[in-house]
Write a protein that binds this ligand. Structure first.
Ligand code: COA
Length: 261
């Protein structure tokens, strides 16, 4: 396992748990941490032993309290665009990961932290979780994909209200707005819940899972016809060994043994 400065990683049962580890700075994402996150996710794409990922924050105060504001002093029009595009690229890498990615949010998920959770496929929040996009209070706006993903997840009206007021949502409201899939009591319970969901996902054909992720993401792409994308993906499933195995196992009344091929 790689050594990171600001990430702690652990691997168990096919699950890579990635903990953003700057608790003294509320796990704020500075450029080093973002670069490490990129490397970590890229490695996970290719690692056969990793079947799913959990992303969480160290300590009990924050998931991630946003991009590191102390690095904002150098931002101008030119590098500001690059700053946004780099964050967008890394979060798209997470969103398009062919393996399921679950965020376990305990404490503050603000700005780039809320955006990070939204780039994950599933979100679990504790009763102590707070979500918000406070960028307008700094004279900027959510720029790691937040204006798009928040709108997709909670709808235009609520997204605009949250991003224009910059106010935080508690976990109950996040659940009722479907910003989180599950509400749990503690971070430990959240991690257990995430593992339990992943182990249920792992029973299914890995290539199908990756294609489901791609098809759902195609819904939000202006370049893709989602229905066409779905039909193409289905055709691709039909040529896999796992399709033969899945249907044969059903007819033989046994559990399938998928190989990811
Ligand atoms: N970037 C850089 N540092 C941050 C940070 C961020 N996004 N969020 C918190 N920190 C740092 C604080 O500066 C402080 O550092 P210090 O001890 O060296 O002074 C430390 O983390 C603890 O934060 P503090 O503000 O003292 O804790 P709190 O419990 O009073 O408040 C928050 C917690 C999360 C509400 C508050 O820190 C906050 O509003 N953070 C910024 C959130 C934000 O605007 N994010 C969007 C960025 S685009």
């Amino acid at each position: 396992m790689s050594n990171y400065k600001n990430l702690v990683t652990a691997q168990d049962n096919g699950i890579l748990t990635v903990t953003i580890n700057r608790p003294e700075k509320m796990n704020a994402l500075n450029s080093i941490t973002l670069a490490e996150l990129k490397t970590c996710i890229e490695d996970a794409y290719d690692a056969a032993a990793i079947k799913g990922i959990i992303v969480t924050g160290a300590g009990n105060k924050a998931f991630v309290a946003g991009a590191d504001i102390s690095e904002f002093t150098e931002l101008n029009e030119l590098n500001g665009r690059k700053f946004s595009e780099r964050g967008q690229e890394i979060y798209s890498l997470i969103e398009n990961c062919p393996k399921p990615v679950i965020a376990v949010v305990n404490g503050y998920a603000l700005g780039g932290g809320c955006e990070l959770s939204m780039a994950c496929h599933i979100r679990i929040g504790t009763g102590n979780a707070f979500f918000g996009q406070p960028e307008v209070s700094l004279g900027i706006l959510p720029a790691y994909g937040g204006t798009q993903r928040l709108t997709h997840l909670v709808g235009k009206g609520k997204a605009l209200e949250l991003m224009m007021t910059g106010e935080m949502l508690g976990a109950d409201d996040a659940l009722s707005l479907r910003l989180i899939n599950h509400l749990v009591t503690t971070k430990e319970e959240g991690l257990e819940k995430a593992k339990e969901i992943l182990l249920r996902v792992f029973k299914n054909a890995p290539l199908s899972i990756g294609m489901v992720i791609n098809c759902v993401n195609a819904t939000y792409s202006k370049d893709e016809d989602g229905y066409q994308f779905e039909a193409n993906s289905f055709a691709n499933c039909c040529k896999t060994e796992d399709f033969k195995e899945g249907t044969t196992a059903f007819l033989e009344k046994r559990a399938p043994e998928f190989k990811g091929a």
